[in-house]
Design a protein around this ligand. Sequence first.
Ligand code: PGA
Length: 261
Amino acid sequence: MEVLIYPTYEQMSVAAAAEMAAIVRAKPDAVLGLATGSTPLGLYTELIRLHKEGGLSFSKVTTFNLDEYVGLEGNHEQSYRRFMNDSLFSQIDVPPGNTHVPDGLAKDIPAHCREYEQQIVDAGGIDVQILGIGGDGHIAFNEPSSSLASRTRLKTLARQTIEDNARFFDRLEDVPVYAITMGVGTILEARKLILLANKKSKAAAVAAAIEGPVTSMVTASALQLHPHGTAFLDDEAAGDLKMREYYDWIQARKPDAPKSS
Ligand code: PGA
């Protein structure tokens, strides 16, 4: 896994956005895997800026989000569909019909999950998947003990995740307990993975994911199995990494590294 560490959240976000933008410029009909949460907001802000000021077009792009709360309709303030519409989709030129978020109100959840997987396949697979990381090391809503071969399915959220996300709801009891989430196996099929993490509160999970063993107890550790995984970190999230000096050495030499033609 490539580990890139930036002094600030803003620099981390701009660097990750530059990587996404390069993918979209090279392949205007790229399939983007997107994530919700506080972490990718800086990345989305920069993509919006590149769209408005740099002519970056998303008009042919297709998107798939990682997850959605069960029981929240798409225009609920805290639904992930609403989050994506407000934070990104409404501010770029992606056709709304090209954007996919699991349906939190699906009547037959297993059938909906199978259909979501099929839609990803039909779109040609995900070119680049953005990932945040939970305090318990989860990616999407793949909580500890989620199979590393898991597919899109219903998951019960861990108590810690519910508490972490309670800040967005009026009351703890209002946080949904269930979600539909892409599986770790689904995520690993994306051609490129970008893990984003900032803040001290993520440092332990980040260290476990990057330097710990591959384990379903920390589903972000599955990135170690992917040939094209990059972690974009801010200085605080990198705080528990034992091999920090090594990552800095490699990162400092990245611009001069021989390029493939
Ligand atoms: P956050 O959530 O970006 O709001 O910290 C990340 C996650 O739980 O995956």
